[in-house]
Design a binder for this molecule. Structure first.
Ligand code: SAT
Ligand code: MN
Length: 599
């Protein structure tokens, strides 16, 4: 086994590494330094092996296309486990496995699993290097694709080892694609092992072990595994919040900036909201992006909440992204980007459904096959992605690297609700806001699994990402709020309401700025609202309508709330609450009772 000397004297790290090498038996060990030269070399090797395609540097400088195994295209929730000592700690919404039994199973799978391959060691920081809100992880992986992605999504390399020092705390993250390479055998383009995939979290030990998949959140262990599942447990124990939230700065014409964190279930336009471009008539208003997926939020000594984006890049869904829907996202992936499972154009660029109104006449699709507009197939996988560095984003906030984070003044929860929920309302109190987040849900679209129109409950968009009992998570939110000196205001939005004819009542996208302006002005106690049964509502005249022809009648339809229907909706919350019952904080029951009595 060949290995360069690591740039660390961290005893526990070197000891863990020794054990991993002994178990996985790689041919080589490589300590990643995170440099461009290192990435260039890995890309060149992957191009040579047929795993990557270098895109036309005139069209897409420094960018590459990868096609995964069609069996390895998304997170696999049924193979994702929280292995806490007690099953009760994982709660009824997580898959649980007894930690010793899981370790035993994994040990067998990992024995010799890197034979014939290189083991890469990736020291990474989630959050600006050296920030008191950041966390360090070390990922061991046999996938060079993971290395080049982690380099974009996290801060990687020697500066992380420096901060870690000799005794610093780190989260060990072990990953293998699960396909040893016997001598003389030719490698496949995308090695994986879908029959034996496991994504296992050990919350008490703060460790992550993932086997069999090379894709997204299964393999880039800093993201959902560390920054949400393990971090949610760290946050519970440390009095802070690890949330599936975007962070944006909203600057008013006077130059004052207000930061907002927002949680939406998937397919609700989270990245679009994080990079919103205000209508030009709303002169002087600007939105800047701190993050589009994850927020770590911590009270400071004065009891105010400060947030960082633990990530350093965007892992965005490609289909549907265009210059019309999200110009800033298109700019972000204009260069230095890794594309996975999108289509290749004849001139060496990428294309996906929705990028342009008219598709190119010919493409190579995500499966590597010829594609024409009339072939009856999509060219790109619905979960195809771009991995792009934050620094490419034209509306990146100036404070992304601020070690102290940015002050959060408002939380926004949202869902896709075609029939019942008004465009926007504000919770009366923090605990009602927590209830609002706990009961949020989204109506299923034809594209997703499940019955169309049925509301799927996804509390704070954390259902697949909370590393402990969901009801204890609600309790934690209540507790954090109690100790704050300045509590952010909590809002609910719904961009997706339709009329009887099935037409959207609200234009969405950049027009959401009108709602966002009301939200930040409410958070700064500057805008009016009227009391209603569900919370504070803006009146028609409370929104900025410059440049949009939207009548009072349209507004009334959009904001209408049917009391009987809303009562019935609270019944739907019961399904989840009954599952969580033995841990559910009593505030959740009282908030429901209060809501029903106001109705
Ligand atoms: O694949 S990821 O988990 O990183 C993205 C997602 O599914 O939200
Ligand atoms: Mn996400």
């Amino acid at each position: 086994m060949k290995s360069k000397t690591p740039k660390t004297t961290h005893r526990a790290l070197l000891k863990w590494m020794g054990k991993m090498v002994e178990m996985c038996r790689p041919e080589w060990v490589h300590w990643c330094d995170g440099t461009q030269a290192e990435a260039d070399r890995l890309f060149a090797e992957m191009v040579k092996r047929g795993t990557a395609i270098k895109l036309n540097p005139k069209k897409r400088p420094n960018s590459y296309l990868f096609r995964s195994d069609p069996r390895d295209v998304a997170r696999v929730e049924k193979r994702t486990f929280i292995c806490s000592h007690s099953k009760d700690d994982a709660g009824p919404t997580n898959n649980w496995e007894e930690p010793r039994a899981m370790r035993h199973k994994l040990k067998e799978l990992f024995a010799g699993c890197m034979k014939g391959r290189t083991m890469y060691v990736i020291p990474f920081s989630m959050g600006p290097v050296g920030s008191p809100l950041a966390q360090i992880g070390v990922q061991v992986t046999d996938s060079p694709y993971v290395v080049v992605n982690m380099r974009i999504m996290a801060r990687v390399g020697n500066q992380v080892l420096k901060v870690l020092g000799e005794h610093g705390f780190f989260v060990p993250c072990l990953h293998s694609v699960g396909r040893p390479l016997p001598p003389g055998e030719k490698d496949v383009a995308w090695p994986c092992n879908p029959e034996n995939t496991y994504i296992a979290h050990f919350p008490e030990e703060r460790t992550i072990v993932s086997f069999g998949s090379g894709y997204g959140g299964n393999a880039l262990l800093g993201k959902k595994c560390l920054a949400l599942r393990i971090a949610s447990c760290m946050a519970r124990d440390g009095g802070w919040l690890a949330e599936h939230m975007l962070i944006t700065g909203v600057r008013n014409p006077e130059g004052e900036k207000t930061y907002v964190a927002a949680a939406f279930p998937s397919a609700c336009g989270k990245t679009n909201f994080a990079m919103l471009i205000p209508p030009k008539e709303m002169k002087g208003w600007k939105v800047t992006t701190v993050g589009d997926d994850i927020a770590w939020i911590k009270p400071d000594a004065e009891g105010r909440l400060f947030a960082i984006n633990p990530e350093n890049g965007f892992f965005g869904v490609a289909p549907g992204t265009s210059r019309q829907t999200n110009r800033n996202a298109m700019e972000s992936c204009r260069k230095d980007t890794i594309f996975t499972n999108v289509a290749l154009t004849d001139d060496g660029d990428v294309w996906w459904e929705g990028m342009t109104p008219k598709p190119p006449k010919h493409l190579i699709d995500w499966l590597g096959q010829d594609w024409t507009p009339d072939c009856g197939r999509v060219s790109s996988h619905p979960n195809s992605r771009f991995t792009a560095p934050l620094v490419n984003c034209p509306c990146l906030d100036s404070e992304v690297d601020n070690l102290a984070g940015v002050p959060i003044k408002a939380f926004v929860f949202g869902g896709r609700r075609m029939h019942d929920i008004p465009l926007v309302y504000q919770a009366f109190t923090w605990s009602q806001g927590v209830y609002m987040g706990a009961t949020m849900g989204s109506e299923q679209t034809a594209a997703a699994e499940g019955k169309v129109g049925v509301v799927r409950q996804d509390p704070m968009a954390m259902l697949p990402f909370c590393g402990y009992h969901m009801a204890d998570y609600f309790r934690h939110w209540l507790k954090v709020g109690k100790n704050l000196e300045e509590r952010p205001r909590i809002f609910h939005v719904n961009w997706f309401r339709k009329n009887e004819k099935g037409e959207f009542l609200w234009p969405g996208y950049g027009q959401n700025m009108r709602v966002l302006r009301w939200i930040v002005e409410r958070a700064n106690v500057r805008a009016f609202a009227k009391e209603s049964a569900i919370g504070w509502l803006p009146r028609y005249q409370d929104l900025d309508w410059r440049g949009l022809d939207f009548s009072k009648e349209q507004w009334d339809e959009l904001m209408a709330m049917d009391r009987e229907r809303t009562k019935t909706l609270t019944l739907a919350h019961e399904e989840l609450f009954i599952r969580l019952f033995d841990h559910l904080p009593k505030e959740m029951i009282f908030e429901r009772e209060l809501l029903l009595s106001r109705l």
